[in-house]
Design a protein around this ligand. Structure first.
Ligand code: ADP
Length: 390
């Protein structure tokens, strides 16, 4: 009898505990998956114990609902956009009148997230913001709004501008004394009739090194112009076959010295919209590297389809280790520092290639493995097929 009574009590306790936890679980689920309007957003923020965190965050937080109205904006957001009152209930355009922010909300109606979108606030003190956002979707995939986080990157932008200005000014100031040194060295070499003398050898060394310094300064200046975005592309119809031929012509002597065969496999009628001078610079750097670091042959080829235009520069040299392929387009990155220094590179060639390609809305990449040569690909969108043709 006692056993039966104890079993009954245990059963009742179990049912009570189960009912209690089931209720809690359902409450938790609805709180975290359903976003229905301002009340619930605020409750969510409170429930999560995030109010203090959001209030004291330096990043601006904005939560909108399915009607594109603001449900929540933290104090940092209001400060960033100069709002004196809580913007809840207004649309983004009504509250802050920034088209780019409104476009982010537009994008999040179709995309699940947006990352690292940068824009400038159009007030006098020119503030730069970077934004990341995610879309809020209901159980049925229906759009229920968006959450955006804004970072003030004005200071980073300012420091980056100072760095670029500093590099550009220093390089510019170095040009004049260097060209004077080179002028005097050339005069002294001409005056030294004995080519076997130490004086002649030393002067030749000074000339070589001042040439290297000149190339380095020119590359730094080019890169700082490309990075600052201060270059306006002069887009024209560029025949890539003819461009390759002219680069081969300028590098003929270098290739002959190393016994390297240059092969142009680009279709003769291949024309694309590009800046001729910049494209020359990028392809020249790739072909020159193929000669410097390659084996017996450097081949340039091309491919065009509905979506893409691809130019490929391939060599049969020692290749690049796989772990270096990801870093090779970085400034001053070298696979073998001693070898590159001996050959006389600046370490900026591929970085210039990357920037020129990006300016043309393209991407640069390399495929290589040790012992199998290297293949550099420049891929561009085929925007207007009537302008780009084979
Ligand atoms: P550098 O002036 O040193 O040539 P780059 O930016 O042009 O600078 O190239 C970076 C590094 O990438 C080079 O130092 C070299 O180690 C490697 N590299 C570039 N092209 C090739 C290639 N075709 N084959 C093997 N290694 C290469």
């Amino acid at each position: 009898m006692t056993a039966w009574f104890l079993s009954l009590i245990s059963l009742i306790c179990l049912i009570a505990v189960h009912a209690y936890w089931r209720k809690k679980y359902i409450l938790l689920l609805t709180k975290n998956t359903e976003f229905k309007g301002h009340e619930k957003h605020s409750r969510l923020v409170k429930d999560l114990g995030m109010t203090d965190i959001f209030d004291n965050m330096p990043e601006g937080i904005l939560v909108t609902n399915s009607k594109r109205k603001i449900d929540f904006a933290n104090p940092a957001f209001c400060k960033m956009f100069g709002l004196s009152e809580n913007p809840s209930g207004k649309t983004v355009m009504e509250a802050i009148r920034i088209h780019q922010a409104n476009e982010l909300i537009d994008q999040l109606e179709t995309k699940s997230s947006v990352t690292n979108e940068e824009f400038m606030l159009p007030n006098l003190d020119q503030r730069f913001l970077q934004s990341n956002g995610v879309a809020i979707r209901g159980k049925n995939g229906k759009n229920r709004g968006a959450i955006l986080v804004f970072h003030d990157i004005t200071r980073i932008k300012m420091l980056e501008n100072h760095r670029q200005e500093f590099v550009a000014n220093v390089s510019h100031e170095l040009r004049t004394p260097l060209s004077i040194i080179k002028g005097y060295v050339e005069t002294l070499i001409d005056a030294e009739t004995n080519a076997e003398s130490n004086t002649h050898k030393f002067l030749k060394k000074i000339e070589n090194h001042s040439d290297r310094l000149t190339f380095l300064i020119e590359d730094i200046l080019t890169l700082s112009q490309l990075e600052s975005g201060g270059i306006a592309l002069e887009q024209n119809h560029v025949n890539i076959y003819e461009l390759t031929e002219s680069i081969f012509d300028s590098l003929k002597e270098m290739a002959e010295k190393k016994g390297i065969h240059l092969k142009n496999q680009v279709a003769k009628e291949f024309v694309m919209m590009a800046d001729n001078r910049r494209m020359f610079q990028a392809l020249n750097n790739l072909i020159e590297n193929g000669i410097k670091y390659g084996g017996k042959c450097v081949c340039v080829s091309s491919e065009i389809n509905e979506e893409k235009i691809v130019i490929c520069v391939q060599d049969d040299g020692p290749g690049i280790p796989v772990e270096s392929c990801e870093r090779i387009f970085e400034r001053f990155y070298r696979v073998d520092k001693a070898r590159s220094r001996e050959i006389g590179g600046t370490g900026l060639g591929l970085s210039i290639v990357k920037h020129v390609t990006q300016l043309h809305n393209g991407t640069a990449r390399v495929e290589s493995s040790p012992g199998n040569g290297a293949c550099f690909y420049l891929a561009f969108p085929n925007v207007k097929s009537e302008n780009n043709r084979v």
